[in-house]
Design a protein around this ligand. Sequence first.
Ligand SMILES: *Cc1c(COP(=O)(O)O)cnc(C)c1O
Length: 469
Amino acid sequence: MPPRERRTAAVGPNEEVPVPESVERPEAVEDPRRRIPRTDLLLAHPQVARASATMSDLVVRDIVRAAQARARAGEIAPEQVLDDVRAAIGDRPSSSLRPVLNATGVIVHTNLGRAPLSAAAREAVLDAAGYTDVEFDLATGARARRGAGARAALLAACPEAEDALVVNNGAAALVLATTALAGTADVVISRGELIEIGAGFRLPDLIASAGARIHEVGTTNRTHLADYTEALGERTGCVLRIHTSNYRIIGFTSEVGIAELAEPCRAAGVPLLADLGSGLLAPDVHLPEEPDAASALRDGADLVIASGDKLLGGPQAGILLGRADVIARLARHPLARAVRADKLALAALEATLTGTAPPVIDSLHADPDQLHQRTARVAERLGGRLIPHDGRVGGGGGAEVPLPGWAVALEAELAAPLRTGDLAVVATVRDGDCLLDLRTVPPEQDDRLVAAVDSARAVLAAAGEPDRR
Ligand SMILES: *Cc1c(COP(=O)(O)O)cnc(C)c1O
């Protein structure tokens, strides 16, 4: 689906198209020139309007007139006028990835790129985009440790860790850790933690793919300390606890905490790993069930693994925190080079940790009164209903704690034109309603959200009108 065509279509046909003044009365009703977008609509298009900030109005108007003239002359189709204008002002989208307003209330939305970066992180990415001292000491002119700033920020944010390593993503961190520490030996895991996460990605398969052998212990619902200690032996490379964020076993269950496992692992000389998934570095009062790196290390884990773009609210990254000798083994392993973090991620991660709270945390901690007020105001402006709606942390894909809040309920048919409008808005369709949850919409975007709904309604109205051509 070519995005440009869609966006072009959103300008003209949504509005009634007046007969351009310079065209003689069309002899045929289906004269395509009637579809040429009006000057004022083209000038009001966000990308064209933005160009006006750096170009004189006259220049922009000339560009618009030239594109309309080409369409009148039949050199381009009326639907190509906007693209033509965009090309002329040099504001073509530089990638096919489009900005999206996430109105689902799912904070870490995997299909929408997980965590949106903070302003500081966006700035850091821009700064690091050119040449940058990622592995260079500007003071001495000598080579320096890659990503030293991100490492320092992680250690400052999680003082319980002796050292830190950043790799490409959580999966890479897991495979690097198990491969470097176990090789082809056993990775001891409770049967209840052999999970599949999004898109058919199975953690045990990933671990085994690099040569380690999975040694399951316990049963699906219950695993005891003795299950682990009996498994510890000559063949054991490491013990791994996995946080099963996307499903829950309820009823007759038992699992063994890190604090209980730490001593037997230490006695056996076997590293104890904790894959936390989510990336909380310290406990969060809003998520009492969620494990965090500081607590896991204090309880005796030798290494914790987390993602950078889940609850940490940063760029895609795999974060490894723990004992200095364990981190050193990982960093020395040949696989470390294959999974190393890129300079943009290192820059964004450091800025996420040292800057003000990232959007993920703002959404998670959204003040209920403010959220209610905003939602009520948007509902009123749009003539929608204000209904209770639970947000989610997301990122795991399932059984998680609801985040009570509200949504604006609108007509369900709006969902499709909202997605394909000039500003893509992703909503939830449920029980015949199109729901907008503002928890994941930055408050300064409320006006744009309202405008997007107005445009989507105009698209529906135009589509519903009898064909005038
Ligand atoms: C998300 C997750 C991963 C994978 O992390 P990515 O950053 O997506 O590669 C691994 N383990 C657990 C427990 C997770 O939740």
